[in-house]
Design a protein around this ligand. Structure first.
Ligand code: SF4
Length: 291
């Protein structure tokens, strides 16, 4: 997309404002009551739906309310509790490892500092930014699957790597909008711009703000349809032509057969006349010989 940095930044703000108007209820989809609970919930949310995590965490936090409880808990028992979230062995290992580090280095408290957070087992930049943005109110861009995919569709980045996308967005969005932008885009991704089927028809960004509008998912079909229909029509014409040629050849063959069938009795008649003539000549010769 040919656009100056200033124009892109202006468009990003307009996108933000439109989404804010459309989804004022957008918020972090994970349920939590403390930075620690959000940290654990975010680790559990990797390759799992927020809904499933929210089903698991209330009971989990009743049995394991703090880092000490997790650190001293039996690994097998924790694994069973978080099994529904998938990759439960790795997640248990990460949570217990993070809890032990929190106890050893941070007095059992979740640090605010990005470098301290990403040092914890199972915590990458995305998780760290979720915790900082939602639990501590520190602006952060959490480049989850929705933010990555939709920011690219919106032409706000050309990159695929989370850190590069984060940097691109940080450059065009004011800092105080970073966290909220992610919530708004996540909401858009869940309710309208779905990965397999973006619903551009009902999207508030379809009128000039999104360069991908009506070009992806089911919307792409409406654009491709005439081309496909044309190809189908051409293929149909070809088949009809072939069928007509076949029909013509069959007709020709049938006519030839008919003609030869007509000629056959005449040939037969001529042959039998010839043989009768030969018979008569033979008889005549034998009579002459006898005489
Ligand atoms: S217009 Fe379509 S592709 Fe663009 S953000 Fe909206 S739903 Fe997604």
């Amino acid at each position: 997309m040919n656009e100056t940095a200033a124009a892109r930044a202006e468009r990003a703000i307009e996108i933000y404002d439109q989404l804010e108007k459309r989804y004022p209820q957008a918020r972090c989809a994970l349920d939590y009551e403390s930075p620690f609970q959000l940290l654990v919930a975010t680790i559990l949310a990797a390759q799992c739906t927020d809904k499933k995590v929210n089903e698991v965490t209330p009971t989990l936090f009743r049995f394991y309310p703090d880092p000490l409880a997790f650190a001293e808990g039996k690994t097998g028992a924790i694994e069973e509790w978080i099994r529904p979230c998938g990759t439960y062995r790795n997640k248990t290992k990460s949570i217990q490892g993070a809890c032990r580090m929190l106890l050893a280095k941070h007095d059992g408290e979740v640090p605010v500092d990005l470098d301290d957070l990403v040092e914890l087992p199972g915590v990458g930049r995305k998780t760290a930014n979720v915790v900082r943005g939602c639990a501590f109110g520190v602006p952060g861009i959490a480049t989850d699957t929705h933010v990555l995919r939709i920011s690219k569709l919106l032409g706000l980045t050309e990159n695929d790597k989370p850190e590069k996308v984060e940097a691109d967005l940080a450059e065009i969005l004011p800092e105080d909008r970073w966290t909220r932008y992610c919530h708004l885009v996540q909401f858009l991704g869940r309710h309208c711009c779905k990965a397999r089927n973006p619903d551009c028809e009902t999207c508030v960004l379809n009128d000039g703000l999104c360069p991908s509008a009506f070009t992806v998912g089911k919307n792409a079909k409406t654009i491709e349809a005439p081309a496909k229909a044309g190809a189908k029509k051409a293929a149909g014409k070809k088949t009809a032509k072939k069928r007509a040629a076949k029909k013509k050849a069959a007709k020709k063959k049938a006519a030839a057969k008919k003609r030869s069938a007509k000629k056959a009795p005449a040939k037969k008649k001529a042959a039998s006349a010839k043989s009768a003539k030969r018979g008569r000549a033979k008889k005549k010769a034998s009579r002459a010989a006898k005489a």
